[in-house]
Design a protein around this ligand. Structure first.
Ligand code: ARG
Length: 481
């Protein structure tokens, strides 16, 4: 995670896994690198940065007195020609570079460039259209399932008639909870006089969509309404923390895990159930299934050094499933699931995160958070010991796809978060980790750290896998594997 200005000579990419210091190659020819300057060109092996063409002709100044005047004239002529041609070439090269350089691609760390940097100023859409016509919720007071119909202001309870557990699962998942944990009919006489505006009855169970399966009722024949409990997620225990610190404290992001491959921190991940971790496909894609045994998942830690302690032996992985539509060039569908051999025990420091609700997009500008053990500085390609956290606002796809940002590279399965001016971002080593947003008091896994051009560069925010697009896939995988 990066907090300060820097120019990352970076991979545009998600392909850099295995990111411990030893394994990182800072590829000088990586995509998006600036073309090398004349000085850089001359540098390798060169004395004090002398350009190669100049070094070649230096011996001319050391010509011995034995050299005849004729030879000298010849050499001077050659020197002049080479010098002239070299100067001309350098001039043309600089001119071309100047003309081709995109105005917004300057590094804020570059000499005097800061003022020149043009920030992408596409304005965010403030109104986003919510496609939902009915809203479901579970009352925090009495656990009753309630529905708000399009044109009504009040929340109506749901009759017990024709209810069953698969409907309960459907409702829980719609709300971003992994499964149903309890459901029962509650006598209307037991819940007091709160509900006077009518009831709703679910009329069909064979739909995967809750939009059109209800009907308004004046009363419930059974005299009972539904109380529901879904799988608890997205909460943190009330723990003390360092005020103003950017280092995370234990329990603040209890769903964050560190995925070790061959004894190295390789990626982040998020706990969604006691046995399933969500991560990025690019984290596991190269390794494939035979190496499942090389992965170890560490949960309930903020310092990686604590993984060496006996009580943190790490969890073995039973299965790795990456989305079969994952495209390593475009980074589309960059999502994977890991199943643990033994289930995690939930504690104050190990807890699952909720998933997004169906059909509910967070608007651009929503304040969300990222966490991870990724690089914190460009010049310091090592994985920090302590988990870092940073707030990042979501950026609408319209803005992120505009020509001043990613110019159409953002697919409907991606979302952007960060700042136009850069400075704060995820980076190598954060991949697979969570982008979470708080909604109705629970934290939801809205994005998975996927890619970005460099890290924390202006106009190049972090790009995340849009988890809301994979809810069906996640539920299907968890059910069948
Ligand atoms: N691909 C990187 C990884 O494997 C994460 C890149 C995120 N980049 C960014 N600028 N947000 O760790």
């Amino acid at each position: 995670m990066t907090y300060s200005y820097y120019l990352w000579r970076g991979q545009r990419g998600a392909d850099n896994v295995g990111v411990d210091a030893e394994s990182v190659t800072d590829n000088p020819l990586a995509l998006n690198d600036p073309p090398p300057t004349a000085v850089q060109e001359g540098e390798p092996g060169g004395a004090q940065g002398t350009p190669a063409w100049l070094r070649e002709i230096q011996p001319a100044s050391q010509v011995s007195s034995k050299v005849t005047a004729h030879k000298l004239v010849k050499i001077v002529a050659v020197v002049c020609t080479v010098g002239l041609l070299g100067g001309l070439a350098a001039g043309v090269w600089f001119l071309v570079r100047l003309l081709l350089r995109p105005a917004a691609a300057h590094s804020p760390a570059g000499l005097g460039d800061t003022k020149e940097t043009l920030f992408c100023n596409v304005t965010e859409d403030v109104t986003v259209t919510d496609p939902r016509k009915v809203f479901y919720r579970i009352s925090p007071e009495n656990s009753l399932l309630e529905i708000q119909l399009e044109k009504l202001q009040t929340w109506l309870p749901v009759c017990y008639e024709r209810w069953n557990s698969s409907l309960g699962t459907l409702v829980c998942r719609q709300l971003g909870y992994l499964r149903l944990t309890k459901h029962k009919g509650v006598n209307l006489t037991d819940i007091g006089p709160n509900y006077t505006d009518g009831f709703v009855q679910i009329t069909s169970e064979y739909k995967t969509n809750l939009e059109n399966i209800w009907q308004f009722r004046g009363s419930c024949i059974t005299g009972k309404v539904i109380a529901l409990k879904c799988f608890a997620c997205g909460t943190r225990a009330k723990l003390s923390r360092i005020i103003g610190g950017m280092e995370a404290t234990l329990g603040r992001w209890p769903w964050q895990v560190s995925l070790y491959y061959s004894s190295r921190h390789t990626c982040g991940g998020s706990i969604i159930t006691s046995q399933w971790i969500v991560t990025a496909a690019h984290c596991v894609h190269n390794y494939r299934l035979p190496q499942v045994s090389s992965w170890v998942v560490y949960a309930g830690i903020v310092t990686r050094s604590s993984t060496k302690l006996v009580q943190h032996t790490g969890y073995a992985v039973e299965k790795i499933i990456y989305n079969k539509n994952y495209n390593h060039r475009s980074h589309d569908n960059d999502i994977a699931l890991m199943k643990l051999k033994t289930p995690l025990n939930f504690t104050d420091t190990i807890r699952p995160v909720c998933l997004p609700q169906y059909d509910h997009d967070f608007p651009g500008g929503t304040q969300c958070w990222i966490s991870g053990w990724g690089y914190t500085r460009p010049d310091d390609v090592h994985i920090p010991d302590t988990l870092k956290e940073a707030p990042v606002p979501l950026i609408s796809t319209k803005k992120c796809n505009s020509s001043c940002m990613y110019d159409g590279d953002i697919t409907p399965r991606m979302l952007c978060a960060g700042y136009t001016e850069g400075k704060v971002d995820a980076c190598q080593g954060d991949s697979g980790g969570p982008l979470v947003c708080q909604d109705e008091s629970v934290w939801r896994l809205v994005g998975v750290v996927s890619w970005g051009t460099g890290c924390a560069e202006p106009n190049h925010p972090g790009v995340y896998t849009k988890v809301a697009e994979f809810l069906g896939w996640i539920y299907e995988m968890i059910e069948n594997y």
